[in-house]
Every structure is written in C-alpha cells, then in structure tokens.
Design a protein around this ligand. Structure first.
Ligand code: ADP
Length: 411
C-alpha cells in the first residue's frame, strides 16, 4: 500500500492529480487503495475518505452484483480494456445520486499484489447533450417529414395543374385544328365549286336550252333525254353538296346518328333506283332480290350514303357494257355488302391513299370527282362500329366491302 501513500513527491500522486479523469485503484479484494482528487469530487467525497472502502460504494445498488462478478472475472483475464461494451455505466455519489460514467480498467501488479486502476469520466453533460441531439434530430426528422409531405402535396397539386393545362391545351389545339380544317374545307369547296360545278351546270344549261327548242309533239323522246340529263347532273351536284355537308358535320363534331329498324331491301332498292339513272350504255347492276326479310337496326341515312357513293363510283369508274354486282352477306352480328365492278381499278401504288380526303387516283382524273366520298363513308362507318375495305386490280375491276353491326338481323 505504500506505493499509493500520500508522500510528498510520490510520482503516482503527482501524475494522478494532474489529470482531469477520476482515478480509483482497487486491490484484489476490491477495496479502494487510492483515489485522486478528480475522482473524490466526482463522487462527492473528501480526500482520503474513500480509502479502504469497497469499490461497491461508488456503484449504484442495482449494478453492484454484476459488477463484482465482472471485476473478478476481469482480474482473472487481465489486460486493459474499456468497461461497459455498449451498455451504459453509472456511478453513485455519496449523496446517493446516480450519474453516467465512462470507465477504462487497467490491471497491474506491484510487489506481488494485483491492482486495477479505473479511469472514470463523468459523462453527464455529454449524455445530456446526446439526449438533446437525439431529441433535436427527432424534431428535425419530424419537420422534414412534415415538409416532405407538404412538398409531395404541392407536387401532386402541380402535377394535377399541369395535366389540366395539358388537357386544356390539347382541347385548344384540337379546336384550332378543326377550325383550320374547316377553313381549308371552305377554300377547297369554293375552288371545287368553281371547277366541278362548271361542267354539269353548262350541261344542264345546254339541255335546258335544247329542251326549249323541241317544240313538236313527236319530239317527246328527245325532250325526255335532255330532262334525264338535267336530272342526273342535278343529282350529281346534290351528291357533292351532301358529301361536303357530311364532312363539315364530322369535322365540327356535329355528326349525329339516328338508329332505326328498317328493311335492308328498302335502302338497297332506293339506291339502285337512283343509280340506274346514272348507268352508262349497256351497264347493268345485279342486286339481290331475296333480302326482304333482312331488317337492321342502323343509321339509315349513313347506309344510304355509303351504298350511293360506292355504287356511283362503280358506275363512274367502269365503262359501258359492264356488270356491277351488289352482294349481301348476312353474318351473326353484322352484315357485309360487296360492290363489285369490272372497271378501271385502282393502281396498286395509289391504293394506300384511297381513303385520304381529296385523294384521286391518276387513272381517274378524267372523270369528274372530288375525292371525298370514300373518306366520309369510312369516317361515318367507323364511328358506327363498321368497316370499309377494298380489293382492286388496275384494268380488271374493284370490290369494295362495307361491314356494319346490326342488332335485328333476322335472316
Ligand atoms: P371521287 O370519286 O369523287 O373522286 P371518292 O372518294 O369516291 O372520290 O374516290 C376516291 C378515288 O378512289 C377516286 O378518285 C378513284 O381514283 C378511286 N376509286 C374509288 N372507287 C373506285 C372504283 N370503283 N374503281 C376505280 N377507282 C375507284
């Protein structure tokens, strides 16, 4: 014990008082053999008061038991080390209050006796700060969480705003496009009227003038011939106007469809009746006579417009003395109608453009036409769940097929 005595010049004393950590040295019986001033004041004791006391005095009651075991075990194994290992360590002051500590243990042997020197630091302030930091972090995380939520909400609102704006922009672009198309249509109409109407109108004028000249009673057949010409040309002009109105309605979104139940034969007979007036010499239309019991639920006007366009084309783009076949093929939920001609056909390289508005194939340019009939037929049929297709060979003929759904197909 002499080594630790309070002698003047004792090197241990000099060193131990110089450092700020508390130093407590215990013997094998775990009795305190010396403590420095820092340790004494840390634990609230007077100088020398701890001498000969059990180290347990400095350890809170609930940790004492395990501590004793650990020290024994420690003395066995020896070697310096840090106490605690992830656990919080506590010291107990003289007044019974408990405070967090950090302790490093250093075993040593002097004159055959074993000692352990404990270096003890009061970490109350650090612990409080750690706690504060943890609390601050928690608060910060909470705030970040709240801000993130707010930001997410803002982003969501912005996204909604962006998509609303895009939608509005899309609508504006769409109506601009429609307006442009309508303007284009009007310009086109004016130029078409000046060209396409000229020939039939001068034909009508000629016929009307000639009719006026046949004043004799026996010239009735000549009068009728010219009256028929006038009727045909007026019908032709009327068809063009109908086509234009149809596009205008489709483009402005005003196309309204009306479903009715009607017999197929009614529409076919009407269309054939009108078409017969346009036939060239020797041309003939074969159409089914046994369709009286087929009734459909469809837009009658659209069916009429489609058949008129296709049959008029078949007549127009075929020469005299040819046959045009109209074939009706009833299916379970739809009906297909084929219009087969033996006419000029459509050049293969131009077939892909045939449904484009205003498109006219090169071999058809000598015949009058506007290039809008097929385009509107396709537009209307597709709006009503139908289709239009064709097969064609130049110089041999064409087959156009329309198919449309029908509810009351009672064939
Ligand atoms: P239009 O007959 O007034 O020119 P359409 O839209 O009805 O307009 O037809 C577009 C083009 O398709 C025609 O100009 C013609 O070149 C071609 N076409 C349509 N039907 C036939 C047909 N039956 N035989 C040959 N060509 C056709």
């Amino acid at each position: 014990m002499e080594v630790f005595e309070e002698k003047k010049g004792n090197i241990f004393k000099i060193l131990s008082e110089a450092i700020s950590e508390g130093i407590v040295i215990v013997n094998e019986k775990q009795e305190i053999v010396t403590s420095n001033e820092a340790a004494d004041s840390m634990f609230g004791y007077e100088a020398k008061e701890l001498l000969g006391k059990s180290i347990n005095l400095l350890i809170p009651t609930e940790y004492r038991h395990s501590h004793t075991e650990q020290v024994e075990d420690y003395l066995e194994k020896s070697g310096p080390r840090q106490m605690g290992h992830g656990r919080d360590l506590y010291g107990q002051r003289k007044d019974g209050s408990v405070f967090p500590v950090e302790a490093g243990l250093n075993p040593f042997e002097i004159y055959g006796s074993k000692y352990v020197m404990a270096l003890v630091t009061d970490i109350s302030i650090r612990k409080t700060q750690e706690k504060e930091i943890i609390e601050l972090n928690l608060l910060l995380e909470q705030k970040i969480g709240e801000r993130t939520k707010e930001l997410q909400q803002t982003i969501k609102e912005l996204k909604e705003e962006v998509s609303k704006r895009k939608e509005a922009e899309h609508k504006i672009m769409e109506s601009l496009r429609k307006e442009r198309e309508l303007n284009e249509l009007k310009t086109k109409f004016l130029s078409l009227v000046s060209h396409e109407f000229k020939t039939p109108l001068s034909g009508i004028l000629t016929s009307a003038t000639l009719v006026g000249k046949y004043i004799d009673t026996d010239q009735q057949d000549k009068r009728e011939k010219h009256l028929k010409t006038i009727q045909n040309k007026v019908k032709y002009l009327n068809n063009i106007l109908n086509d234009f109105l149809s596009i205008e309605r489709m483009e402005s979104g005003k196309a309204t469809y009306k479903f009715d139940t009607f017999p197929l034969s009614k529409v076919v007979n009407e269309v054939i009746y009108n078409a017969n007036m346009l036939l060239k010499e020797g041309q003939r239309i074969n159409y089914p006579q046994n369709i009286d019991d087929i009734s459909l639920n469809f837009d009658e006007k659209i069916l009429e417009l489609s058949l008129t366009n296709l049959i008029n084309n078949a007549i127009k783009y075929s020469s005299g003395h040819t046959v045009i076949d109209v074939v009706v093929i009833p299916k379970k939920d739809s009906i297909s109608i084929k219009i087969i001609d033996e006419g000029m056909g459509i050049p293969e390289k131009e077939q892909k453009f045939i449904f484009n508005r205003y498109f006219r194939a090169e071999n058809a340019l000598l015949d009058q036409g506007t290039g809008i009939g097929l385009n509107i037929v396709k537009g209307h049929l597709e709006s009503l769940g139908g289709t239009i297709t064709f097969e064609s060979e130049e110089g041999k003929g064409s087959t156009f097929t329309i198919t449309f759904p029908t509810k009351n197909n009672t064939n």
